[in-house]
Every structure is written in structure tokens, then in C-alpha cells.
Design a binder for this molecule. Structure first.
Ligand code: FAS
Ligand code: PHB
Length: 395
């Protein structure tokens, strides 16, 4: 099989890149190891930055998102039994959209297939070859047939556990591990608040989020090595009630049958360079952030915007400058989101190995964000997503 850009991975990064390239007349083939139902059912991110939502609209896949997504103009910080609203719209003129990552993936797959895209699900033994030449290729088994995809470029959008990052020689990794994970649930219960609630409680972090007016999405901080079997539905609800309670008892948490539950490890991870010869990495294949700042999928989308523009410049004007500068440009936004996600995580989580000093630092930081317009604006502009420029900086 011959194409311009071979894409490994059909997550948000791989699928959006394929769609953006298609809109510029650049053909691609997406090679995905899982089957379509698996990819479309994976429950992950839930918050779209303003720029991400606009990118999806411009890509022609924003109709259902705008019909079903929930616009959120602010969020609530809860600590010491008190609630404090951060008004994104008033502080930054921007808001976010709550719309599940799996819905974004379904919309992208539907659009790509409607345009006759070549999406190869259930590919196995995927390997990438000759990235240092002008003729890289991807080999894989599909429907029991050995196939070779000849390309001009290969994009590794294959996530944290993919194969492509390891092909980059001289890789530099910067990472931070955390002593806790998130236990996440999807419940058939109407959300107990109109907006998200980020809560620091002495027993640990809790997040109240949602997917629709009838589906709640919530998370609890648990020890990093926690086993899901140790958490019955009753224990999960009891812990959520305890952590999300307010001193004035004004908050009532609505329970419902659990539709999904899982434990997600927390890590900060940035690997550079995000390219080697004709191979480019995008999204979780190159970087991971703790989900506290709701940046993971949004960062993947930002990488793909840069790559789509760089490939268009190559095929239209034979320019390689945007491709050559990809890592440098992408890293600006990646480190901004990495810092913000680390900052939100350490401010809102209780480190079991922490001391009274750590607790007081975090509570002071929360008090300052709740009480200072400058600090609230800083949180709001990072959370809603900094403007896309060549990377990001105020320079
Ligand atoms: P993805 O991991 O989504 O996609 C990579 C794709 O590549 C997958 O479909 C995989 O099957 C495929 N692949 C892997 N190896 C392959 C191979 N060898 N050959 C072919 N295909 C291969 N972010 C948030 O903002 N908020 C959250 O609450 C949140 N929760 C998360 C929970 C979990 C359990 C996980 C793992 C991540 C979570 N994230 C969250 C982050 C997540 O949303 C990612 O940022 C987002 O999926 C990144 O998209 P991609 O880079 O496309 O990677
Ligand atoms: C979610 O709804 O899944 C969600 C929202 C905000 C986060 C993380 C996850 O920071």
C-alpha cells in the first residue's frame, strides 16, 4: 500500500491528523492495533479547551459536539469544606466544553470513513522501518495478510505504550512520578453540580465531573498501587460523599449504577526530540500529564495542528522548516501544560509521604487562587487553553 503519511494509532491524535491532512488533500493511512468498538468505547478525557473545540469545528467534526457538549464557564475549587468558583468566562473571555473523548473519537472515525479513508483496525505486529530514509514504511498483519505501507512520513500517534517513541535515538526523558492514582467511575446518575468540582480533602483529592445531564464522571485519589477489587461500589460512593461534603451541607451527591470503573496511574512525562528523520511523534506517544489539569487530549490536538500545518507546507511549497522546528515549537506548549498539570495536581492531592508543611503550602496556594484575581486568572487561562501561536509564549 502506498500513501503520503502513515499514521500509527487511531486515538484522538492519529484520527484528527488524518482528518486535517485529508482537508488539505494529503492522503494518509491509519494503522490501529485494536478493533473499532474498543477504540470508540475507551472512557478517558472529558474536557475540551476552547481551541480544541474550534479545531474540531474547523475539521468538520464539531456538529455533534456543539449539539451534545456541555459548555462550562467556570469550575469550583473545594477545600476546608468551602467552595470557591473560578469564573473562566469573566476572567479570560473563554470557556471549555465537556464532551467525552470517546465521542470525539466516534465523530472522527465516522467522518474519516464517510470520506473513504483507509483506517486499518486490528492490525498486529506493527513495525516501522527506514525512518532515516526518504522512503520509510510500516509493516503489519491485517486480516491474516502481511502488508507493507510505503510512505513519505510516519507519525507515531500510538500513545504512551506504543512502539514509535523507542525508535527515536538520543531520546531525552523528563518525568515525575506521583505516589497516587485516580480511581474513576462513570455512573448513571444526574450530575450533582452544574460545573466540575475539584476538591482537596484531608483524605485525598476528589473530582466531580460529568458526561451529560444523566451521566456523572467522578474520580478519587487512591494510593498508586491500589487494587480496583478493594473498592466496592458502596465504598466508592461513601468516600465521594465524605470528600465532597461542604461545611454548610449545601451539597448533595446523587448516586446511581456504575457503568465503568478503573484506576489510572499518574505521571508527568516529556520525551524529546519528538522526531527522528521521517518519523514524528504526537500526543501521548511523546508526553503524558496527570489528568488534574484536563490537558492530555488537548495537548495531543495541539501537536497535531502543528504537524498538519508542517506537512501542508512541505507538500505545497516543499518547505521543511516547520517540520524541522516541530519539536521546539511543540515543546513550548507541552511544558506549559506539564507545569500547569503538575501545579494543579500537587495543590489538590494529599501526598501520604507529605508533611504538615506540604499540606499548609497546598492550602495556602488554594486560598490564594480563591482570593486573588491574578491567581484565578492564571488558573483560568491555562485551564481553558492558551491561544495557539507558533507553540505558545507571550513573546
Ligand atoms: P491514545 O493513547 O488515545 O491513542 C493511541 C492509539 O494507538 C490507541 O488507540 C492504541 O490502541 C494505538 N496503538 C498503541 N500501540 C500501537 C501499535 N503498536 N500499533 C498500532 N496502534 C497502536 N486526559 C484528560 O485530559 N483527562 C482525563 O481524565 C484523562 N483520563 C485518562 C484515563 C486513562 C486510563 C488514560 C490512559 C488516559 C487518560 N487521559 C486523560 C489522557 C488521554 O485522554 C490522552 O491524552 C489521549 O488519549 C491522547 O491521545 P493519543 O495521543 O491519540 O493517544
Ligand atoms: C473528566 O470529565 O473525565 C475529567 C475532567 C477534568 C479533569 C480530568 C477528567 O481534570
Amino acid at each position: 500500500v502506498r500513501t503520503r503519511v502513515g499514521i500509527v494509532g487511531a486515538g484522538p491524535a492519529g484520527l484528527l491528523l488524518s482528518q486535517l491532512l485529508h482537508l488539505q488533500g494529503i492522503e494518509s493511512v491509519v494503522v490501529e492495533r485494536r478493533d473499532r468498538p474498543y477504540v470508540e468505547q475507551r472512557v478517558r478525557a472529558g474536557v475540551l479547551e476552547a481551541g480544541t473545540a474550534q479545531t474540531l469545528r474547523e475539521a468538520g467534526v464539531g456538529a455533534r459536539m456543539d449539539a451534545e457538549g456541555l459548555p462550562h464557564e467556570g469550575t469550583e475549587l473545594r477545600f476546608n469544606g468551602q467552595s470557591h468558583r473560578i469564573d473562566f468566562q469573566e476572567l479570560t473571555g473563554r470557556s471549555v466544553l465537556v464532551y467525552g473523548q470517546q465521542e470525539v473519537v466516534k465523530d472522527l472515525i465516522a467522518a474519516r470513513l464517510a470520506d473513504g479513508a483507509d483506517l486499518r483496525f486490528e492490525a498486529s505486529d506493527v513495525e516501522v522501518h527506514d525512518i532515516e530514509t526518504a522512503r520509510p514504511s510500516v509493516t503489519f498483519m491485517h486480516d491474516d495478510n502481511p502488508l507493507r505501507l510505503d510512505c513519505d512520513f510516519v507519525v507515531g500517534a500510538d500513545g504512551f505504550h506504543g512502539i514509535c517513541r523507542n525508535l527515536v535515538s538520543g531520546l531525552r526523558v523528563a518525568e515525575r512520578k506521583y505516589s497516587y492514582s485516580w480511581l474513576g467511575i462513570l455512573a448513571e446518575a444526574p450530575p450533582s453540580s452544574d460545573e466540575l468540582i475539584y476538591c482537596r480533602h484531608p483524605r485525598g483529592f476528589a473530582l466531580h465531573s460529568m458526561r451529560s445531564k444523566t451521566i456523572s464522571r467522578m474520580y478519587l485519589q487512591v494510593p498508586a498501587d491500589e487494587r480496583l477489587d478493594d473498592w466496592s461500589d458502596e465504598r466508592i460512593w461513601a468516600e465521594l460523599h465524605t470528600r465532597l461534603a461542604t461545611d454548610d451541607d449545601s451539597f448533595t451527591l446523587t448516586e446511581g449504577p456504575l457503568l465503568d470503573k478503573g484506576i489510572t496511574p499518574m505521571r508527568s512525562f516529556v520525551s524529546t526530540p519528538m522526531q527522528a528523520g521521517r518519523l514524528f511523534l504526537a500526543g501521548d506517544a511523546a508526553h503524558i500529564v496527570p489528568p488534574t489539569g484536563a490537558k492530555g487530549m488537548n495537548l495531543a490536538i495541539a501537536d497535531v495542528r502543528l504537524l498538519a500545518r508542517a506537512f501542508a507546507a512541505f507538500y505545497t511549497d516543499k518547505r521543511t522548516d516547520l517540520l524541522d522546528e516541530y519539536t521546539t515549537t511543540a515543546a513550548l506548549r507541552i511544558w506549559r501544560a506539564t507545569h500547569f498539570s503538575w501545579w494543579m495536581t500537587t495543590m489538590l492531592h494529599v501526598d501520604a509521604a507529605g508533611t504538615e508543611f506540604d499540606d499548609q503550602l497546598a492550602l495556602s496556594q488554594l486560598e490564594y487562587v480563591a482570593g486573588s484575581r491574578a491567581m484565578a486568572t492564571s488558573l483560568a487561562e491555562n485551564y481553558t487553553g492558551l491561544p495557539y501561536q507558533a507553540g505558545w509564549s507571550y513573546k
